[in-house]
Design a protein around this ligand. Structure first.
Ligand code: ADP
Ligand code: MG
Ligand code: ZN
Length: 193
């Protein structure tokens, strides 16, 4: 069996919607569970799309997850005995998640954080980029472009809205490659950044 070191670390799984981030997070935490290593998985309470007490992937894999309101609630919910801390939808947390992740890793926890690295306008979606810079291991996941089948690295909003967060799946967003991505599709007005 994999021998655990005393040292903590941070793993980030980043990419657009439909790139398999949740699937990969679920795969990793499930393996630790099989090895009887104490795992806790968290998700932002805002993300109640599928189920309150679970992370569920678009391919319908799932694992138990504790909904938390913010990074400080997460920090306080991590138990002493926990070794692996999974976090899905990291982009929906406040920027305090970076400090919380650093503190947990310093305390010997192994963090696995999945989240969007870019928002629907193609801008860095904090706190994921900052976490990537402080992670020992970064996995950049690609989806399949919904339009042409190419390497999808952007999340295209296909409904009209200027809100940063519009929760939804197939109906509101598509994964798009560099050539097919067009953020202006999601807005009536020209970009004003
Ligand atoms: P993420 O968490 O990155 O949004 P999930 O892990 O929930 O992604 O879902 C990944 C799964 O979604 C894939 O294994 C596949 O079954 C399904 N899927 C649907 N559309 C796409 C797409 N355009 N590209 C890749 N996978 C897709
Ligand atoms: Mg996901
Ligand atoms: Zn494309």
């Amino acid at each position: 069996m994999h021998r655990r070191s005393e040292q903590g670390w941070i793993e980030v799984i980043a990419g657009p919607m439909f790139s398999g981030k949740s699937e990969e997070l679920i795969r990793r935490v499930t393996r630790y569970g099989i090895a009887r290593i104490p795992v806790q998985t968290f998700k932002p309470a805002i993300d109640t799309r599928y189920s309150d007490g679970q992370v569920v992937s678009h391919s319908n894999l799932s694992t138990a997850a504790i909904p938390v309101a913010d990074s400080s609630e997460l920090l306080h919910a991590v138990e002493d005995r926990t070794i692996v801390v999974g976090i899905d939808e990291g982009q929906f947390f406040d920027e305090g998640l970076v400090d919380v992740a650093m503190r947990l890793a310093a305390a010997g926890k192994q963090l696995i954080i999945a989240g969007l690295d870019l928002d629907y306008l193609g801008r860095p979606f904090e706190p994921i980029p900052s976490l990537m810079l402080r992670a020992e291991y970064v996995t950049k996941a690609l989806a399949v472009c919904h339009r042409c089948g190419g390497p999808g690295l952007f999340t295209q909003r296909v409904v009209q809205s200027d809100e940063l967060v519009v929760l939804g799946a197939q109906d509101a967003y598509e994964a798009r490659c560099r050539r097919c991505y067009d953020p202006s599709e999601a807005r009536q007005e020209p970009l004003d950044l």
